[in-house]
Design a protein around this ligand. Sequence first.
Ligand code: IMP
Ligand code: MG
Length: 493
Amino acid sequence: MYFTDEQVIGVCGAAWGDEGKGKFTDEAAAEADVIVRTQGGCNAGHTVIVDGSKYKFHQVPSGIMYEKTLNIIGNGVVIDPRVLVEQELQQLTDRHHSIAGLRISGDAHVIMPWHRILDKAREWSLMKGKIGTTARGIGPAYADKVNRCGIRMNDLLNADRLAEKCASLISEKEKMTAEVYGVSVDIFNQWMRAADQFSDWSCDGHYNPEAIARSYAEWGMQLKEYITDTRVLLYEAYKSGKKILLEGAQGLLLDIDHGTYPYVTSSNCAAGGFATGAGFSPGRIGRVYSVMSAYMTRVGGGPFPTELGTEESISDENASMRMTQEECKLLAHTADDDYSIGKVLRHVAGEFGTTTGRPRRTGWFDAVACAHAVRVNGPDIIVSKLDVLDNLPLLRICTAYEYKGAEVFYNGTVLRSGAIIKVFLTDAQILAQCVPAEYEEFAGWEEDITTVRSYVELPEATREYLCGIAHHTGCTIRRVSVGPERNQTMSVQ
Ligand code: IMP
Ligand code: MG
């Protein structure tokens, strides 16, 4: 049971996303009446398999597969209406799933064609220093929201106003693309021919605001019946005793305020984002579960102190060249370098991005980073993907870093080379100069734990490893998962 005494709970990520939240939100959704996505957009992705049929979701809450629940896309989400209408909802209606329970906040901001172009343009101009974004326009859409020049879902239903807004925005967007980021007309045209843009949205280096407004107004019409004041809806649901699940995307270390800035996403993935992203009172949230995987992963650029291998060394790997479980087992025993151990984790778990297909970087469990998540999000943790460690003879948990960079001021102290760091650093440039200084080592259990169904039946070595996580992060482990299936989750307390 996810809802015990609480009427409202949240499930979010504790690290750099991909901790396996999807599985737990799906389980908790079975107990909920209302599910709300509160931040992020189609940078997130998860796959749901029902009766052997695969569904891919990016923006729609995971409860959509349960026909009796209300599924709200909250005001904190940035919505790409094309992806929502033509991909996510289409796959459901094609297979005769009802979408009657969908509700969308009229205040949610909309991802426009120029947001994707500006996302690509900025990454392109940064070259080596690029963030490694998902190129879905997330950052520029949130930037316009904060800069007070965004377009919101309600705008899509007022065609004249929408056309006016588009027309008034495009000259600034074109100038930024060409003059600030140095994107030539040829490259602009090439990007506007990509599958995520429409051919009539631009002509020879310029946007066509009428055509863009027309497309968006059409999607608006298709979504009209679902757009509403979701704050009121949630308040009424709460008052009538309904169980509410708040669904996070990405993870705390990608949070715009608390993550490894600037290698972060542009929204509040922390537990605090639930309240603003849904328009719901924080005092009414009974419990927030933060999901940590039993090892670390990261997609895209940015510092990763416990990384096994490097972003460069894994760039040739892809999901279609996945090693078999037998090959992974063999490599787990012969590996004597970091890259190979990281490769075992990646291939056992299939750590390749849902949205972009990129190989995920993998590393040892980082207690310094996860203690930060406990401080910001709260103590209740779900540890996922524990079975991925089944083959490894030796496991490590990082408990301190050493700073190796030049003297730098940080949060009231001067860091000098050789300093031992036990509190996570939210400055990517400084964190990039930290290496693990202390590891606690644990013997691996070297057996298949995927069939274990209760905490006490886990091998002693597994429980010792979990105690190590709890001890070094200050968390309370509430649940543990040993495989992707629903019955492969056990509660701890
Ligand atoms: P953006 O959200 O597309 O701007 O990307 C910013 C950073 O967040 C990049 O490092 C992405 O790889 C990462 N990111 C965004 N969404 C996800 C996610 O759902 N899982 C993991 N990483 C993500
Ligand atoms: Mg994901």
